[in-house]
Design a binder for this molecule. Structure first.
Ligand SMILES: Cc1ncc(COP(=O)(O)O)c(C=O)c1O
Length: 392
C-alpha cells in the first residue's frame, strides 16, 4: 500500500459491487469460465462495435493471444510486423517471444502514437503484414492516416487499447479500429476486473482460433461445424474429442468472479471517460507552458497526464515529497530497455522515442481525483519542472 495522498490510480469497484459480488459467491458454486464470461464478452463486443470479444486474465495475455492467433491463422511463424517503440513492454514482447520479424517505429511528437511519415517510409522497404498501434495514455493514433496507409500498403492493424478504454473520435470508439484489439482491466485502468483483459475482432476465423488458443488449444470451445470437419479429417472419435488439440495454445482464461465484476464495470465506461477527459483538460489549462500531448481524439479517456521535462528526477522527487505519485511516460523507448538491448542493437532512428524515454513523466488522473488535487499537483510541478520540447 502506498502512502501517496494523490495516487496515480484508484479502484473503481464500489461498495455495491463488492456486496453484489460477495452475495453472488455465496449463492453459486461454479466459478470457472461459464455463462457470465460469455455475457461479459457479448456486452463488451457490443460496446466496442465489434462482433467478437474473448475474456482473458490480463491485457498482456490479450496481446499474447492475438500474436499466437495470427500465427495460427497464417500457419507460419515469421510474420513481418511494425511495433510502436513508445508502448508497454507486453505490447512488444509477445511478438518477439513468438519469433515475429519485428521493426520498432518512432513515435509522433503530436500524439505519441506511430509517426505516420516514418510508417509510410518503412512500408516501402520492410513491407509489414501487420502494424500495431498503442493509444498512449488514452490518445488515439492518427487512425485516419494509418487506415489509409493500411489500404495502400496492404497491412492489417492490431490495436493495443489497454490505456484507452472509452476514448473516441468521430463517434468511433478506440478498440474498434483493428483487425484485432486488446484491452486491460488491471486495477488503475479505466475499468477493472482486478486482473483481466479482452481481445476483440470482427474476423470469425481468427476468433475461432483464439477461443481455442485461450484454452490449451483444445477443440472443446470451437464452433460445432468446424469441429466436425476437423474430426472427420483427423479421424477423431467421441471420447478422444474431449482432449483433442488443433492449435498450439496456452491457458489464458479468467473466471466467472472477474466476469461478474466486468459486467457491472462496463456500465461505468462512459461516466469514467467523461471524468478523465475533464481532468485532462484541466491539466492542459494549468500546464500550457509545457509540452501537451495533442490528440486526434474527441473524447480522451485519459490514462494519465503525459508531459516532458528537462529535470525529471528532480520533478519526481519533489512530487514524491508532496505525496504525489508520478511515473515515467510508460516504458519510454522499448528499444532502450535492457531486455531489448540484451538481444538487439540500439536502433538509431527512434529520436522522438528517446526524448520520451529520458524526459517523459505522467501525472495522476483517475475517476476519484478532485479539481483541487489537480491544482495542487500543477502548483508543485510548475514550481520545479523545466519544460523541454521534442525539437530542442
Ligand atoms: C499499452 C498497454 N498494453 C498492455 C498492458 C498490459 O496490461 P496488463 O497489466 O493487464 O497485463 C498495459 C498495462 O498497463 C499497457 O499500458
Amino acid at each position: 500500500m502506498s502512502n501517496y495522498k494523490i495516487k496515480l490510480a484508484e479502484n473503481t469497484i464500489d461498495k455495491s459491487e463488492k456486496n453484489n459480488l460477495s452475495n453472488w459467491i455465496k449463492k453459486n458454486d461454479y466459478y470457472t469460465k461459464g455463462k457470465l464470461t460469455l455475457k461479459f464478452e457479448q456486452e463488451f463486443a457490443k460496446k466496442l462495435q465489434n462482433k467478437f470479444s474473448i475474456f482473458v486474465n490480463s491485457g498482456s495475455s490479450a496481446n499474447l493471444l492475438i500474436a499466437k492467433g495470427i500465427q495460427e491463422l497464417h500457419k507460419k511463424k515469421k510474420i513481418k510486423i511494425v511495433l510502436p517503440s513508445v508502448s508497454w513492454i507486453t505490447t512488444v514482447m509477445p511478438f518477439e517471444q513468438l519469433g515475429y520479424d519485428i521493426k520498432l517505429l518512432d513515435c509522433s511528437t503530436y500524439d505519441l502514437g506511430l509517426d505516420v511519415i516514418k510508417l509510410e517510409n518503412i512500408c516501402k522497404t520492410f513491407k509489414p503484414e501487420y502494424v500495431c498501434v498503442v493509444h498512449v495514455l488514452g490518445h488515439l493514433n492518427n487512425m485516419q492516416k494509418i487506415i489509409q496507409l493500411s489500404k495502400k500498403y496492404k497491412f492489417r492493424i492490431i490495436e493495443d487499447n489497454c490505456e484507452a478504454i472509452g476514448s473516441h473520435h468521430k463517434k468511433k470508439i478506440s478498440g474498434s479500429y483493428g483487425f484485432a484489439s486488446s484491452c486491460s482491466f488491471y486495477y488503475g485502468h479505466q475499468i477493472t476486473t482486478i486482473e483481466g483483459g479482452m481481445v476483440s475482432t470482427n474476423d470469425k476465423k481468427l476468433n475461432e482460433i483464439m477461443i481455442s488458443v485461450r484454452s490449451h488449444g483444445w477443440a472443446r470451445d470451437i464452433n460445432k461445424n468446424i469441429k466436425k470437419k476437423y474430426e472427420k479429417k483427423y479421424k477423431i472419435d467421441e471420447v478422444r474429442s474431449l482432449y483433442t488439440f488443433y492449435y498450439s495454445g496456452f491457458n489464458l482464461r479468467s473466471t466467472e468472479v472477474n466476469a461478474k465484476l466486468g459486467l457491472s464495470q462496463i456500465k461505468k465506461i462512459k461516466k469514467i471517460a467523461l471524468k478523465r477527459n475533464k481532468i485532462f483538460k484541466l491539466y492542459s489549462k494549468y500546464l500550457k507552458d509545457f509540452w501537451i500531448q495533442n490528440s486526434n481524439t474527441d473524447l480522451i479517456s485519459s490514462f494519465g497526464y503525459g508531459t516532458l521535462v528537462k529535470n525529471r528526477t528532480e520533478v519526481y522527487k519533489e512530487l514524491k515529497k508532496n505525496k504525489i505519485e508520478s511515473r515515467p511516460l510508460i516504458c519510454g523507448n522499448i528499444g532502450l530497455q535492457p531486455v531489448w538491448l540484451k538481444k538487439y542493437n540500439k536502433q538509431k532512428n527512434l529520436q522522438n522515442a528517446d526524448v520520451v524515454h529520458n524526459h517523459g513523466i505522467y501525472l495522476p488522473i483517475h475517476y476519484n481525483i478532485k479539481d483541487k488535487d489537480v491544482e495542487f499537483v500543477c502548483k508543485i510541478f510548475k514550481k520545479i519542472a523545466r519544460p523541454i520540447f521534442f525539437n530542442t
